[in-house]
Design a protein around this ligand. Structure first.
Ligand code: AMP
Length: 477
């Protein structure tokens, strides 16, 4: 496989398009294949990029003749098409999948509903936006909240998370009936491998050749679908995508897993080729921290508790490397995962305080089909430990259900999560807390803005982190 040449594209930084959300459903034949084929067809549409897709949820059909369960998902697109042109394209993809419109609520190979397109609000016989039933269906709102919890549903003034929470409060059974069944592949023909930039000089030469916007995806390698989701969002939003792979010694404590941290560089390049990354900066320790290196970035505030307390020096190492990566790569957008929520708070604080370039973009956590948040460290888990680790997403979900039912008190929400964790064998909980996502301090109760429930727990010898949004119904996010 050849390396791609310098990235490159249009000067003048044209807007890549506006976000649009599409609900996908299928309940005939190979449901996964139908949904994945639809994603391929959408991604191959001129003027459309697939930025993200939720997991597939299995869901009993509503009304109509007896039929199989549905698989439902929501995709986030970035598009330069008009809403009408996008809707027409969705009909064409449905038709190509063999969908014949017969009686209402009949089984269907493929159903594609345009939920929203930019800020458009319209009610014409041909097109209604946002989709008139988008905010009253659990099988739409649950996957939609997975990919874009903070997107505002046009014309409603409320976020997807707020709508999902409200509906979950009113129809808990509809949410309980949904079952996550699979991660969907957003397959694109594998492109050339990204150019490998081994040092600052190669990086500077590549950066100087880029004419459009640069999306930066910092990683420590051992890439998985969580990292791929960041790169895919960068691909949809920017002209050039630059990943970095660097196992940063500064952020590991003396007794931590630096030496055995998984290194899978070759497979990482294949994954980056699949998502269309242009280049990967993979420096040595000496390249980033040459002899005599003596400057570190200490962020106060959000580093005080939780991981900051458990891992002294960790966030100092994170902030230092991220500041250097911003300086060396000068990104227009830098993508981080909500999975590491405290890291997000630290990076955002530092980015604002030091006037670093570009924008910080935070992407939702990608979970395996069974709910476990993807993490490079999951490969340390034995099959038995992995099964026990599922107590963590279950604990988060128990608290979310309580919040949706109207519970606002921190103590009750934490107790709901703790009860699940305490009931799991060999899961040693380090902390469970309700925090403000920016300041990372505990909250006594849920307010008007979404809070984060954060969990750290050791399963076997592996320390796992996870978190979820908590919101009480009636609040606007
Ligand atoms: P790491 O390689 O673990 O340092 O992670 C690199 C980036 O990927 C960070 O911004 C992480 O928050 C993000 N990330 C890790 N796991 C996930 C996940 N399951 N979903 C989304 N982003 C993730």
């Amino acid at each position: 496989m050849t390396s791609r040449p310098a990235a490159p594209r249009r000067p003048g930084l044209p807007a890549p398009g506006q976000p649009a959300f599409v609900a996908l459903g299928s309940n005939v034949g190979d449901r996964r294949a139908h949904l994945e084929a639809a994603l391929v067809a959408l991604g191959a549409t001129p003027g459309v990029r697939v930025a993200a897709v939720s997991a597939a949820y299995q869901n009993p059909p509503v009304g109509g003749p007896p039929q199989d369960d549905y698989w439902n998902a929501v995709a986030e697109l970035v598009t330069t098409l008009s809403p009408e042109a996008l809707a027409a394209r969705l009909h064409a993809v449905e038709a190509a999948a063999g969908r014949v419109r017969t009686v209402p609520a009949a089984p269907r190979t493929l159903d594609l509903d345009l939920l929203s397109c930019g800020d458009e609000v319209c009610r014409t016989p041909a097109l209604e936006l946002p989709h008139p039933r988008a905010t009253c269906r659990a099988f739409v709102l649950a996957p939609w909240a997975d990919v874009a919890p903070d997107a505002v549903v046009p014309g409603t003034g409320a976020t997807v998370l707020a709508h999902a929470t409200r509906l979950r409060g009113r129809e808990p059974a509809a949410f309980a009936a949904l079952r996550r069944v699979a991660l969907l592949r957003v397959a694109a023909p594998r492109g050339a491998r990204p150019a490998v930039l081994p040092d600052a000089e190669a990086l500077a030469a590549w950066r100087a050749r880029v004419e459009g916007t640069v999306g930066l995806v910092p990683t420590m390698g051992a890439l998985h679908e969580g990292h791929a989701s960041l790169a895919r969002r960068a691909r949809a939003a920017c002209d050039a995508v630059l990943a970095t792979i660097f196992v940063n010694p500064l952020q590991f404590g003396p007794t931590e897993d630096l030496a055995r941290y998984p290194r899978t560089f070759d497979a990482d390049l294949d994954l980056l080729a699949d998502v269309g990354a242009d280049a990967v900066y993979a420096p040595t320790v000496d390249d980033l921290y040459p002899a005599g290196f003596s400057t570190h970035v200490d962020v106060d505030g959000p580093t005080a508790g939780f991981e900051g307390a458990a891992r002294p020096g960790h966030f100092r190492g994170v902030a230092t490397v991220v500041a250097k990566l911003f300086a060396r790569t000068r990104p227009d957008r830098a993508f981080f995962g909500r999975k590491d929520a405290q890291q997000v708070a630290v990076v955002r604080r530092m980015h604002a305080d030091l006037d670093l370039p570009g924008a910080v973009v935070v992407a939702p956590t990608v979970r395996d089909a069974d709910g476990l948040a993807l993490s490079s460290r999951n490969r340390y888990l034995t099959p038995d430990e992995r099964a026990r680790a599922l107590a963590i997403p279950r604990a988060l979900d128990a608290a979310r259900a309580r919040a949706a039912a109207g519970e606002r008190r921190r103590d009750a929400l934490v107790a709901a999560a703790r009860a699940v964790l305490d009931g799991a064998a060999d899961v040693a909980t380090a902390y469970v807390e309700v925090v403000d996502p920016a300041r990372f301090v505990p909250l006594a109760e849920l307010g008007a803005a979404p809070a984060l429930l954060v969990v750290a727990a050791k399963v076997g010898t592996t320390r796992l982190l996870d978190n979820e949004w908590l919101l009480a119904p009636g609040d606007d996010a």
